[in-house]
Every structure is written in C-alpha cells, then in structure tokens.
Ligand binder design. Structure first.
Ligand code: FAD
Length: 563
C-alpha cells in the first residue's frame, strides 16, 4: 500500500523500576566548599554539560526568574557533526567550537559558568558535587532547585581488551585533533629510510572500527585526504596505503534506508576501502587488531598503524551512580518520562545522549490508539481508520522507524492487503502481539530515540520552553490533557520531530534520508549538506570560519603539517 511507506515505525517496550531513593552514603562527603546562596528568591537551575542538549537549553531559556549555574569540564560548545572533517583538516578545530560564555552573555537570564566536572549527584539533598578541571582539582558543592543533566555519554568499548590503550576515539575535539596528528605521523614514519617494507605497510594501514554514520564518514574523509592531498605529498609510499572499515553486522549504516547502505557499500568498494562486514573486533594490541568472523568464528589479525574506535556510546559512571540512588540500577540508560523528568525524581531533568524516554507503556498506548480509531465502536477498523491509527503511532513514536519498516512491518502490510476494506480488531491485536515479540528482539539501541544532536537540541529547546512558561503555568495549572493517564499536565510531552539525516560518503557525495521516506544521494545532496551545516552553526563567527575553511580546502587542499 503506497501510503504505508510513510509508516516508518519502531516502538519499544523497555522495563525499568521506580524505587525510592536509597539513603546511601551521600552524607559522608569530604570537606568541600559549599557555594554561597545567590541571596535572592530566584529558583536555582543547575545545568550539567555544555553539549548539544545543555547549550540548546541555555540558548532558549529566556525567563529571568532563574539563577542558572552551568557546570561542564569544557568551556565551549562543539559542533560534533563536523568532527570527522576536523580529523583531516577539511575544517579547523577552532571553527567548530564556540565559548559557552559567548553563547550566554547576551541573555537577560542570570547565568554563571564553572569549569568543572560533576562527580556525584545527591538527589535527596538536591546538591551536586563538583571537581575543577584545573590542576588544583578543587572541589565544591552546588545546591539546586532544578537540575538539568545533559552530560552526554562515553565511548562504548564493549570491554574489548586493548581498545582503551591502543585505539583512538572520535568523540571530542581533542580526539579529532589527535587523529589528524596521528595520520600525518604514520605517513612521516612510513617515509623514513631505514624501515622494512612490512613495517611501512603496517604504518599505512588505517583501521576504522564501527560502520555507523561516524565511522563511515571518517573513513570517507580519510580516503579523500589520502587520495586528494597525501598521495601528492608522499608519492613514494602512496601505493601502500590501505583503509579498512570493520563492522560486526552484515551491513554498514544500518539505521539508514537500504538504498543508502547499498550505495555506500558500493562506493567504498569502488574507492578501494576495504570493507569487512560480519567481523567483530575481539582484541587490540599495539600493532594488531584481531577480528572474529561472526559466521565462521574464524579469527584473523590486521597489523595497523592507526585504529579509530567508533562503535557507539555508553552511560557515564557518574550517571550510573546516580541511577543506583534512584532505583534505576537495573537499567542501562537513565530513564525519563515524556516531560524529560528523571523517573523517580521530580526536580531533575535529563536530556540528550545521557538519557532515554522510558517506552514501557508504548504497547498500552498503541492498544489505546487502535481502540480510539474504532470510532463507531463496531469492533472492526476500516483501512482508513487503521491507517489513521498507524499515523498516530508514527507521530508519537517516530524513533527508529526504519527497523520495523524494513524488517518487521510486513505482517501489518499483509494484513492490510488481505483485509480488502475492513480489518478485524482481533487481527490487529494479534499483530500488536507479534510486533511486541519482534520488538523484544530488537537491539536495545533501536528501542530508544537515536543518540543524535538533533534529538538533544530539540529536547534542550523543549525543556527551556517549559521553564520559560513555568511561572505562568503555576498560576494557571490547567494544562493540556494527559494522553496516557487521567487529569492534566502543565506541559505537553516532548515530541521528537525527525528532520532527516545525512551520511557524507566522500568524493563530494552525500546521502540524505529525509522525512517522508525521501532518499537523495549524490553531488547535489553534498551541497544540501553544506548549506544545512552552515545554517546550523551556533554563531555567525563559527559559520564564517567553517565556510572559509571549506573554501580554503577547495582552493589550496588540506594542510598536512603536524600541528
Ligand atoms: P554532548 O554533546 O556530548 O555534551 C555533553 C556535555 O557534558 C559536554 O559539554 C561535556 O563536556 C559535559 N560533561 C561530560 N561529563 C561531565 C560531568 N561529569 N559533569 C559535567 N559535565 C560533563 N548527531 C547528529 O544529529 N548528526 C550528526 O551528523 C552527528 N555527527 C556526529 C559526529 C561525531 C564525531 C560524534 C561524536 C557525534 C555525532 N553526532 C551527530 C551525535 C551528537 O554529537 C550527540 O548525539 C550529541 O552531542 C548529544 O548531545 P549531548 O548534549 O547529550 O552530549
């Protein structure tokens, strides 16, 4: 059915308990300075993190009725989608960062910034424990009325031996800078006169682990750097260069439409990028990576000069510790409700990569949507009603839509075809059950909103909007009707609007998957990518820097000096 192509749905059921706080050990704090009260009646809002979520919250917070304190180990915001470009010097590191103080300075909101990391959240006493990132590591405590946790996530190594010691990551600006230096180092070392050919070959073997959007984009950028710039500068060793991309599943870019995956895989083959799917890394030493072929169990080793690990994210230890306090120890990611409030608390919010909206009641919702769609209470749904219900589900749960569309929606599609007009309600119920069991097998990553800048930024601006209207809502508490429970809530729940996703593939070609199942691939999409990323810059300063970097690269190529 043509309109079914719109139903890119995946929803998820996840568990998650709600237990009262443990009175645990939080009182035994060391002697630390407690920051003085602001001395006014303003509510204290503490924001942890200056990434996409935290910055979007700060940018959109307009109400002067708060005293805001921002705590983050870095005093800048980084435009992460351009980090792969920083690794090879297509864009300079300074062009993709903006000081937080610049972002908040014009506001009429009272905002202070502390360059420190939070190492403990005491939810019971409404305090956060912080440690300065300066050499003295000075510790202090900050009280809050509202806490906004936007600390992002850490790299997930899946406890693979040797990864931490030997692989580079691509998560922070420093990581991108380090990769840039290491690539050039490898070329310089390989060009030295007294080394063996085998060693030279090893130095110029670059391995990227993880075929997600970041790994793929980095491999593509590296390939462009080598083929457009370095081959001219290092002609003696150019034929020894090899880029390998390892992915444990059968395909790269799994979360994208199949057409994009197929195009990317074909392009990489044409470009000579050694794509190894179904290969899981089991061990990394200082010179070799061992992989296991998933189907056969065969172990092989790849000698390498530089390995970049990009296989996804995991929860930070400080967040795990906080989860234990609030009865979420059995979860892998901090759970919030649809208003982004951390479950088990009432004044702590969590957004971005560090949290996930608990989808426990998704199936209940779906059943109630189907029930609602049966307008004449006849016990059957017309195709139109059925489609409307599915549309509703898509609106509420757009996350990870492709998985079901590609793999698990077929039973619903068949049902529609067979029904010739009417769909028995019981059959739908059956299919909901089918979907439920299918979903329980879906990878847990797929159950949640994708960990992207887009989600984080939308959550930040949604929450700021709620805070802006908090005063007004307290005076007029009659808010919109709750969807799930009876009564009303002050705010509408957070709804993610998927605006599409890009996958740059090198050679001035990009793939884009846009809303409405629209796929666009090629050179023109690369121009769309340039314009979207230029427009999304956080300030005119970074916008002009990024655009001038692109122009510089077009005219002079990339710079291969080691600084
Ligand atoms: P982050 O942006 O990671 O920010 C976390 C903040 O918390 C940081 O300021 C950090 O310093 C701070 N922090 C850390 N620990 C502490 C602590 N203990 N106390 C206080 N503060 C702390 N998404 C897209 O949508 N499109 C893309 O093209 C895209 N490309 C990407 C490319 C790369 C290389 C990477 C790494 C990510 C990319 N992403 C992309 C994903 C996107 O960057 C993340 O989803 C997004 O950054 C999440 O925002 P966040 O605010 O939750 O976390």
């Amino acid at each position: 059915h043509p309109s079914l192509s719109r139903f890119l749905v995946v929803f998820a059921v996840s568990g998650g308990g709600l237990v009262a706080y443990s009175e645990a050990n939080l009182q035994s704090s060391p002697k630390i300075d407690e920051l003085p009260d602001a001395g006014n009646q303003k509510k204290r809002v503490v924001v942890l993190g200056t990434g996409w979520a935290g910055t979007s919250f700060l940018k959109n917070l307009k109400s002067p009725s708060y005293d805001v304190q921002v705590i983050s180990p870095r005093n800048y915001f980084a435009f992460t989608p351009l980090l792969p470009s920083v690794t090879v010097g297509t864009v300079e590191a300074r062009s993709v960062v903006e000081p937080v103080r610049n972002i908040v300075k014009k506001k009429n909101v009272n905002v202070s910034f502390w360059e420190a990391e939070c190492y403990k959240i005491d939810a019971k006493n409404k305090k956060v424990y912080c440690r300065s990132t300066q050499d003295d590591k000075e510790e202090f405590i900050v009280d809050y009325d509202y806490l906004v946790v936007a600390m992002g996530a850490r790299v997930n190594t899946f406890n693979t031996p040797g990864v931490e010691e030997n692989c580079l990551y691509l998560k922070e600006v420093e990581d991108a800078q380090k990769i840039r230096r290491t690539v050039i180092d490898c070329f310089e070392k390989a060009s030295l006169p007294n080394i063996s050919d085998d060693e030279r070959k090893r130095m110029l073997q670059f391995v990227v682990v993880g075929g997600g959007p970041t790994g793929v984009e980095f491999a593509a950028e590296l390939h462009d750097f080598v083929s457009e710039d370095l081959v001219r500068l290092y002609p003696a060793v150019k034929d020894l260069v090899k880029i390998s991309l390892l992915e444990a599943t059968d395909h790269i870019l799994n979360m994208f439409d199949k057409r994009i995956t197929a195009f990317a895989e074909e392009k990489f083959h044409r470009d000579g990028i050694d794509l190894r799917t179904g290969a899981m890394v089991v061990k990394v030493t200082d010179k070799e990576i061992s992989t296991k072929e998933i189907k056969t169990g065969k172990i092989s080793t790849i000698p390498y000069g530089m390995a970049v690990w990009s296989t996804g994210i995991a929860t930070r230890p400080v967040v795990m510790d906080f989860m234990k306090q609030i009865g979420q120890a059995n979860r892998r990611v901090l759970a919030t409700d649809e208003w982004l409030r951390v479950e088990g608390t009432n004044s702590i919010y969590a957004l971005g990569d560090c949290a996930t909206i608990n989808q426990r009641k998704v199936m209940e919702d779906i059943s109630s949507i189907f029930k609602k769609a049966d307008k004449d209470n006849s016990g059957t749904l017309t195709v139109k009603e059925f489609q409307e219900a599915l549309n509703d589900i898509c609106d509420r749960y757009p996350q990870v839509q492709l998985y079901l569309k590609n793999k698990k929606m077929s039973s619903l599609v068949d049902l529609l075809k067979e029904s010739k007009g009417d769909v028995a309600k019981e059959s739908i119920a059956l299919n909901v059950e089918e979907l439920k069991s299918a979903l329980s097998q879906v990878d847990s990553q797929m159950k949640n909103l994708p960990a992207t800048a887009q989600v984080a930024a939308q959550q930040g601006s949604y929450l700021a909007d709620c805070f802006n209207r908090m005063d007004e809502c307290e005076k007029h508490p009659e808010g919109p009707l709750r969807f799930r429970e009876s009564g009303r809530h002050r705010f509408r729940p957070f709804r993610y609007k998927h605006l599409g996703q890009f996958a740059p593939l090198g050679g001035e070609q990009t793939a884009a998957q846009l809303p409405g199942d629209w796929v666009s691939i090629g050179h023109s999409t690369q121009w769309l990518w340039y314009s979207v990323y230029a427009s999304k810059q956080v300030s005119w300063r970074t916008r002009s820097l990024v655009v001038s970097d692109w122009m510089r690269r077009f005219i002079f190529g990339r710079d291969s000096s080691q600084i």
